[in-house]
Design a protein around this ligand. Structure first.
Ligand SMILES: O=P(O)(O)OC[C@H]1O[C@](O)(COP(=O)(O)O)[C@@H](O)[C@@H]1O
Ligand SMILES: [Mg+2]
Ligand SMILES: [Mg+2]
Length: 364
């Protein structure tokens, strides 16, 4: 199809809506507001140092710290504001929650309230901002509880604690060499590229499928001494390559922007692990369930891949806290299933796996 005939995001949403003849149009309007926020963030990110938006967000007494106990970058704070400003007035939302806010954001009473919840990581991979490596925004759309819609009451944290399988839609924007918007409305996964001339997202990747097998894995190996045995086993087998039990060589990548790793995996396969480990017993994983693991998990599953805690499908986990952390493994289906199998099988004895004794980078 020549570029001039590619669907815009709006046209794509209109096509998708044909499946729901009674739809009000609220959902489409919400996704377009999210996309507008992402375009605004893409512009801000593109100015970098020239826009004065790199570095930490300073408050009286030093850099500000978010509810996760992490230092906030200026762009974390700005992106959060953009998400709020673009989405609070449209009348589609009952409330929002974000990585950068301790409690749910209440839609001001002067604005109409709607039936959806928006949960987001306004800027993922923000440690990469100052070194000009790709970052992104991740979002998840849930339904608000019926009583909140009927009464228009303020939302509580409990209203957001829904398993990922109930997501109405999920997606992310990637601010890389091109800006892309990846979306699933529960009917496969579509990828859009921002046309800088028109300022419109245009459909460039209509039906994204994750290859079932891979020879590429992504994990922060500096945590290897804290990994649980099934993860050590999996990585050791990958490192052993052609001469090991997998019988093929693997390649490794680590960007430290999960959204960029997810995108690479959607495009060419692979597996990403940020597993539960023993580094900090108060943190059962690094990534957050509601606005990182669930939306990326939804996209992966919709693209024929798999997303897991290592032990169970991530989309089946019932959240217990807004900012809950969780172990996360996602990507090519066969690899994720193998990692799950390793978590359920008894660990092989060292004598059965010479790898652990001789080759392992990760000897206990
Ligand atoms: O610092 P590490 O261990 O490499 O962790 C990197 C991970 O942290 C994250 O940056 C967390 O997300 P935020 O930047 O939104 O806090 C992920 O994108 C990434 O995979
Ligand atoms: Mg993040
Ligand atoms: Mg973030």
């Amino acid at each position: 199809m020549p570029l001039s005939q590619r669907f815009t995001l709006t046209q794509y949403l209109i096509e998708q809506r044909r499946r729901f003849p009674d739809a009000s149009g609220d959902f489409n309007a919400l996704i377009l507001d999210v996309a507008l926020a992402c375009k605004a963030i893409a512009r801000t990110v593109a100015f970098g140092e020239l826009g004065g938006v790199t570095g930490n967000h300073e408050v009286e007494g030093g850099a500000s710290i978010n509810v996760q106990g992490e230092t906030q970058k200026k762009l974390d704070v700005l992106s959060n504001q953009v998400f709020i400003q673009m989405n609070e007035w449209g009348g589609h939302l009952a409330g929002m929650a974000s990585e950068e806010m301790g409690a749910p954001y209440q839609i001001p009473t002067s604005y109409p309230r709607g039936k959806y919840l928006l949960v987001f990581d306004p800027l993922d991979g923000s440690s990469n901002i100052d070194v000009n490596v790709s970052v992104g925004s991740i979002f998840s759309v849930l339904r608000a509880p019926a009583d909140a819609i009927a009464s228009g009451r303020d939302l509580t944290e409990a209203d957001f604690l829904q398993p990922g399988a109930t997501q109405v839609a999920a997606g992310y924007a990637l601010y890389g060499p091109t800006t892309m918007f990846i979306l699933s409305v529960g009917n496969g996964v579509a990828g859009f590229t921002l046309d800088p001339n028109l300022g419109e997202f245009r459909l460039t990747h209509p039906d994204i499928r994750v290859p079932e097998q891979t020879q590429e894995f992504a994990i922060n190996a500096s945590n290897s001494r804290f990994w649980e045995p099934p993860v050590k086993r999996y990585v050791d087998e990958c490192l052993a390559g052609r001469t090991g039990p997998r019988g093929k060589d693997f390649n490794m990548r680590w960007i430290a922007s999960m959204v960029a790793e997810a995108h690479r995996i959607l495009m060419r396969g692979g597996v990403f692990l940020y597993p539960r480990d023993t580094k900090d017993p108060s943190k059962p994983g690094r990534l957050r369930l509601l606005y990182e693991a669930n939306p990326i998990g939804f996209i992966m599953e919709q693209a024929g891949g798999r997303a897991s805690t290592g032990r169970q499908p991530v989309l089946g986990v019932r959240p217990s806290e807004l900012h809950q952390r969780i172990g996360l493994v996602f990507g090519s289906r066969e690899e994720v299933e193998r990692i799950e199998r390793y978590h359920h099988e008894p660990a092989p004895r060292a004598s059965e796996t010479p790898l652990f004794a001789e080759r392992s980078l990760f000897r206990a």
